[in-house]
Design a protein around this ligand. Structure first.
Ligand code: GLU
Length: 330
């Protein structure tokens, strides 16, 4: 029953979110938009005043590092309840819970089960595995629902111990946070209304396309010559598509599959046109926590847990592949 999908309930939740956003938007200043960006009205895309919406700068070109390579685990994992003193893991153990930034709007990755009200999904379960590693109990965890645009900030300011939220590892982000090894591989595609003539990103040139502020997706659609429309949450994009305010939504195929499941009148089309390896984001000040998480990920790759979690959440994406290979930079 837990996984049973309730489209009406999810969409009702989305609309509630949109209303909340509209109200929240009243208190903010008038956002300034990049030249090629459009506002949806209503609801108003938010966050365009934030440079994180469509990041620019040298790091956008990214041959400068291997974004998939992380820190090697230091030996065997310490047993749960026995974290080495002076480490981030010991501080988390002392606090009594792991604090993790997650999504609450991406069906199958991080979303609220409408029956229980609990956050649930693949990313949520990956986070629970880390809690299990520290405490021996996957329930010793506190989730903070965050937007795409807030992911780096909450890691840097210590609001959370880590972010597990469909987050692409890239060289620009590596300058601001550290990542675990890759735990999932996605790629950007497009979602359109059934019957739409648009099949590829090239077909969307000059047209309004929705993506979340602060995502790799919105940068990519701007580069591809669409008119990017930004929102806070991926489900907000689905509403804009349903209202014909945009002609497509574009982001990771993993997220689009969840949107398509919520609206059978939409369909994911065209090939992947980017590579989006997901990693757990952790403060650069806690390399020992990165190594610990990589130890946990190594364990769940090899003991079958990763495959079980894939089977629980992601079979709509196809049969379970092998887990992404761990790559290390030292
Ligand atoms: N994986 C992309 C990113 O990290 C898009 C997904 C998202 O923003 O949630 O920016």
């Amino acid at each position: 029953m837990r996984n049973r999908y309730r489209p009406g309930r999810l969409l009702a939740g989305t609309i509630a979110t949109m209303l909340a956003l509209g109200l929240a938007g009243c208190g903010t200043g008038e956002p300034s938009l990049p030249d090629n960006a459009a506002q949806a009205d209503p609801p108003r895309p938010v966050g365009m005043q934030d440079p994180a919406v469509i990041p620019t700068g040298p790091a956008a070109a990214s041959g400068s590092c291997n974004p998939r390579a992380s820190l090697r685990p230091s030996g065997a994992l310490p047993p749960p309840g026995q974290m080495p003193s002076g480490t981030a893991m010991a501080r988390i153990a002392q606090r009594g819970r792991l604090v993790v930034g997650v999504d609450q709007n991406s069906y199958n990755f991080g979303f609220r089960d409408p029956l229980t009200g609990q956050l649930t999904g693949f990313d949520i379960d990956i986070a629970r595995q880390v809690a299990r590693g520290i405490f021996g109990d996957p329930g010793r965890i506190q989730f903070r629902a965050i937007s795409s645009a807030d992911r780096i900030k909450v890691v840097q300011d210590g609001t959370v111990d880590m972010v597990v939220r469909t987050m692409t590892m890239n060289c620009e982000r590596w300058e601001q946070v550290s990542f675990s090894t890759e735990y999932f591989t996605a790629g950007q595609r497009i979602l359109v209304t059934r019957g739409s003539a648009a099949k590829t990103i090239q077909d969307l040139h000059g047209k309004k396309v929705c993506a979340a502020a602060g995502s790799t997706s919105i940068r990519k659609i701007a580069e591809e010559g669409t008119v990017p429309v930004s929102v806070v949450n991926w489900t907000d994009c689905l509403v804009l598509l349903q209202q014909n305010q945009v002609v497509a939504v574009s982001t990771d195929d993993s997220i689009l599959a969840g949107l398509a499941a919520q609206d059978p009148n939409t369909v994911v089309v065209g090939p992947r046109f980017s590579d989006e390896p997901y990693g757990v984001a952790i403060s650069k000040e806690s390399p020992e926590l990165v190594r610990f998480v990589n130890g946990v990920l190594a364990k769940i790759r090899s003991d079958g847990t990763w495959g079980r979690l894939y089977g629980r959440w992601l079979t709509s994406l196809g049969p379970a592949p092998s887990p992404p290979v761990a790559r290390y930079r030292d």
